[in-house]
Design a protein around this ligand. Structure first.
Ligand code: CS2
Ligand code: MG
Length: 404
C-alpha cells in the first residue's frame, strides 16, 4: 500500500493566480490538483494547508472515493465553494497518481474514449460588432467548430466578456481592489439579437454559436432573450438568471426553445438535482475544480445522463491547466458529453505548467501521458508570487449593485 507522505500547497501568479495541491506517495509518485477559486484563492489554500493536508498524511493513496467521503463527511460542514474546491484538488491529485501508477491516462481509467475528441468552444468578443466579427473569424480560421460571441453594449463603459488587448482574459480586475462595470438590461436585450444576426449573416450556420448572459436577467427577461435568439439557432445561452431560485426556469422554458446551460458556480450534485431531474436545462456546466473533482463531477454527469441532460464543463482561464486537463479526461469518457469551454490560459502559464493535451480541427484530446497529463514546476512557480486580485463588481445606472 502506498501512503500519502507529503501534501503541499502552492500559490502562484503566472499572469493570474493559481492554487495547486501536490501530493506525494511513499512510492515517490506525485499528483497535482487545482484548488483555484478566482478572487478568493487564499481561502482554499488555507482550507487545504491548515485543515486538509494534515489529515491526508498516512492515508492510503489508492482509496480515492474513501478519501473523498472522509473529507466531505468528516468535516461535518458540507458543500460550499471553498470546501468543494479543496476536495476537488485532493480528488484530482489522487486520480493523477492512480493514472501514473497504472501507466494510463485518466480517461482510460474512466472507461476509455467514448468519442474521438472533445468539441470545444472559443471566446470571441468585440468592443464593436465589426471587431466581434473579426474575432469570430479568428476562431473559425483556427478550426474551432463552436464559438461564444459577446459584444460590448453601446452606451455601457465596461461589460463582462470583453477581452483586454491581446490577452485571452477579461478578468480578474486590473488592480488590487475590485474594478467596476456597468449594466443596463434593456440596452443589452435590444442589442444581442442584432449582433447574433450579423454573425450568422457573415459566417452562416456551419458552426455552433453560444452566448453567456452571466446571471444578469430575470426569468421573463431570459425568456425574451431566448426567444429573440431563436432565428440564430444558438447551441445554448448560459446562466440566463442567477440559479438560486431554480423553479423560475419553468418560466424561461415556457417562452423559448433556445437551449439553456447552467452550473459554473454550482459545487455539488445537490445544486444540480432540481434543474436536471425536472429537465429545466439542456446542459450542466459544473467544473471539475469547483464541484468536488473527477469523482463528484462524474456523479453529476451520470445523473444528467438519466434525464437527457448533456454536459458542458466550465473551462474558463481561472481554472488551472490541471483542472482543464482533468475536464478533458471526463469529457472524453462520458456518454452524454455536450460541449467543453476552452477559454485558454494567459501566455506565461507554460513556464509553470507543462501540458499534454492537443487541439486539432476543433477537437481536443487530453493526450496519452499517464495521469492527467499536466506537470507543475514548483521552482518556476516561486518566480510568480501571489497577487491579490478581484472579480469586478457590476452596477446598474442608478448605482445599485447587480449580478456580475
Ligand atoms: C465565465 C467565467 O467562462 C465563463 O463562462 O462565466 O469566465 C467566469 O466569469 C469566471 O470563471 C469567474 O471566475
Ligand atoms: Mg459563464
Amino acid at each position: 500500500m502506498a501512503t500519502i507522505v507529503a501534501a503541499e500547497v502552492f500559490v502562484t501568479c503566472p499572469g493570474r493566480n493559481y492554487v495547486t495541491l501536490k501530493l506525494t506517495t511513499s512510492d515517490g509518485v506525485t499528483g497535482i490538483g487545482d484548488a483555484t477559486l478566482n478572487g478568493r484563492e487564499l481561502s482554499v489554500a488555507s482550507y487545504l494547508s491548515d485543515h486538509v493536508c494534515p489529515v491526508l498524511i498516512g492515508q492510503d493513496a489508492d482509496r480515492i472515493e474513501h478519501i473523498w467521503q472522509y473529507l466531505y463527511k468528516g468535516a461535518y460542514w458540507r458543500r460550499g465553494p471553498v470546501t468543494m474546491t479543496a476536495i476537488a484538488a485532493v480528488d484530482v491529485a489522487l486520480w493523477d497518481i492512480k493514472g501514473k501508477v497504472a501507466g494510463l491516462p485518466v480517461y482510460q481509467l474512466l472507461g476509455g474514449a467514448a468519442r474521438d475528441g472533445v468539441t470545444v468552444y472559443g471566446h470571441a468578443s468585440g468592443d464593436t460588432v465589426p471587431q466581434l466579427l473579426d474575432d469570430v473569424q479568428r476562431f473559425l480560421d483556427r478550426g474551432f467548430r463552436a464559438v461564444r460571441a459577446q459584444a460590448a453594449v453601446p452606451g455601457l463603459e465596461r461589460v463582462y466578456g470583453m477581452r483586454k488587448g491581446d490577452g485571452v482574459t477579461y478578468e480578474p480586475a486590473d488592480g488590487a481592489l475590485p474594478s467596476e462595470e456597468d449594466w443596463d438590461t434593456g440596452a443589452y436585450l435590444d442589442f444581442v439579437p442584432t449582433y447574433m444576426a450579423a454573425v450568422r449573416e457573415r459566417f452562416g450556420y456551419g458552426f455552433q454559436l453560444l452566448h453567456d448572459a452571466h446571471h444578469r436577467l430575470s426569468p421573463i427577461e431570459a425568456g425574451r432573450l431566448g426567444k429573440s435568439l431563436e432565428p440564430y439557432r444558438m447551441f445554448w445561452i448560459e446562466d440566463p438568471t442567477p440559479a438560486e431560485d431554480q423553479e423560475t426556469f419553468r418560466l424561461i422554458r415556457q417562452h423559448t426553445t433556445t437551449p439553456l446551460a447552467v452550473g459554473e458556480i454550482f459545487n455539488s450534485i445537490w445544486d444540480c438535482q432540481y434543474l436536471i431531474t425536472n429537465r429545466l436545462i439542456d446542459y450542466i456546466r459544473t467544473s471539475v475544480s469547483h464541484a468536488g473533482g473527477i469523482s463528484h463531477l462524474r456523479k453529476i454527469f451520470s445523473l444528467a445522463e438519466l434525464y437527457g441532460v448533456r454536459t458542458g464543463s466550465h473551462g474558463a482561464g481561472d481554472l488551472s491547466p490541471a483542472s482543464f486537463a482533468a475536464a478533458l479526461h471526463v469529457d472524453l469518457s462520458v456518454p452524454n458529453f455536450g460541449m467543453q469551454e476552452y477559454m485558454e490560459h494567459l501566455p506565461g502559464y507554460e513556464e509553470v505548467f507543462t501540458t499534454s493535451w492537443r487541439f486539432e480541427d476543433g477537437l481536443m484530446h487530453p493526450g496519452e501521458q499517464p495521469g492527467i497529463g499536466v506537470e507543475f514546476d514548483e521552482k518556476a512557480a516561486a518566480r510568480f508570487p501571489y497577487e491579490r486580485r478581484y472579480l469586478p463588481v457590476n452596477r446598474l445606472r442608478d448605482g445599485s449593485v447587480h449580478d456580475w
